[in-house]
Design a protein around this ligand. Sequence first.
Ligand code: XMP
Length: 520
Amino acid sequence: MTIPAAKADEKVCILDFGSQYTQLIARSVRELKVYAEIVPYNYSLERIKDENPGAIILSGGPSSIYEKNAPRISAGIFKLGIPVLGICYGLYIITDAFHGKLEASNQKEYGRAVIDIRGKSSLFKGLKSKETVWMSHGDKVTAPPSGFKILASSKNAEVAAIENSKEKIYGVQFHPEVYHTVSGKKVLKNFLFDICGFRGNWSMKSFVAQAIDSVRKEVGNGSVLLGLSGGVDSSVAAVLLKKAVGDRLFPVFVNNGVLRKNEAEIVIKRFKENLDLNIIYVDASERFLRKLKGVENPERKRKIIGREFIKVFLQEARKIGQFDFLAQGTLYPDVIESVSTKGPSDTIKSHHNRVPEVLKLIKSGRVIEPLKELFKDEVRILGKELGMPDEIIYRHPFPGPGLAIRIIGDVTKERIGILQNADDILVGEIKKAGLYDRLWQIFAVFLPVKSVGVMGDKRTYENVIAIRGVTSVDAMTADWAYLPEGLLRTISNRIINEVKGVNRVVYDISSKPPSTIEWE
Ligand code: XMP
């Protein structure tokens, strides 16, 4: 399912060439209150015409335009009379289509760079003569096509931006959608409002109404089985789906044995009392733990849990009777780090929502993921729009594979118990200090490293708990969070004194990238 537009002419089509940043383009456009939809780069001309977009954005991508099978598009796209903005790889596509000159450069430019802006243009209206931008490229344009003007240059890219104002075709080497491009939002705003003439009247409210409509159309009279984890994503998906299909929604909550302390009880109570959702509860913890026994490899853990989930689901489904669709609260970052849905990007972690059984159902059109194009903060806005309580909306994210990927090495009952207790103390103290809502996530990680300690004059030889606290806006990048010394002291003392099996607590000071938020 894709996010519905407010109006056909208020829509941007983003052709995805596989950049990790493609969704950031969609998100930035939505933040400017214009509806954006990502489509594959090889979407046919006919389908683009049917979509009737008011603008086309060509995303970046990991390929070199010189590769044999480099993604390309029909030149007809530039003849539709629709304004086009090409970003990075998109700039090469434009340059190539209009016969400019490109060069494969052995000097890659990655990270912050400064561009010098030349002359005046609608695209760069309001920008300073020098601007800090985010670059990420290998190839470069050495001469713009005829009819195009150079708008900016950087040290490594003489042609850092081009325009053909008559045809309304623009290309930039840098990434305006990335936070580090200081005036990136302004560039997009100029493109959308001044060049394309959008008004900016799309909002989450229109999302709710039309997403419900779209689910109803897709589901018809069918029934929907939803995997509910109690986290923000699946909870918001549950409320949205309940509005769309009512009692034909069957939310199934599976206890996989690697949940947070008392999680199952809390979730069931909360959903019954606050959200009028009758959850089908399945305690499959023993089954999961048996499968995880002796497994240390993170990818294997993820895959085992993902597959077991779907098996449990399907068994439950058989008990309920026939079900027509499987619904998941999958968000965009979950998908992009696992496999690109639409473009040619790289795999980082296998997401539990993308195991082969689910992929098979996706192929046969039986999976509904109404939040698939959204980021977490957008889902929270949606949750608010749906009238959900803050305690659900503002919960920190919790990964599908749960504590299994926060226990490094073998997952045992004893280790789960230790980690649950340590995590409970940690989160409790953070809430008490009023810092919970300021952090993207904070959690404990069990390290199977034994070290020596001394307690009550006795030598101890126990495990280590690592604390991972990060700030982030979308989980695509994250900084380790600074916590006050006194609070760290309290947390460490309490964990070591109250949790049997732990005699050392350490604090993780790695940012993402190059680390990831979860340890596995
Ligand atoms: P990483 O570790 O990739 O995590 O930096 C980014 C965000 O995604 C969450 N995460 C997951 N969420 N299923 C989920 O539902 C998963 O398999 C999964 N793996 C990571 C993670 O907690 C962080 O917020």
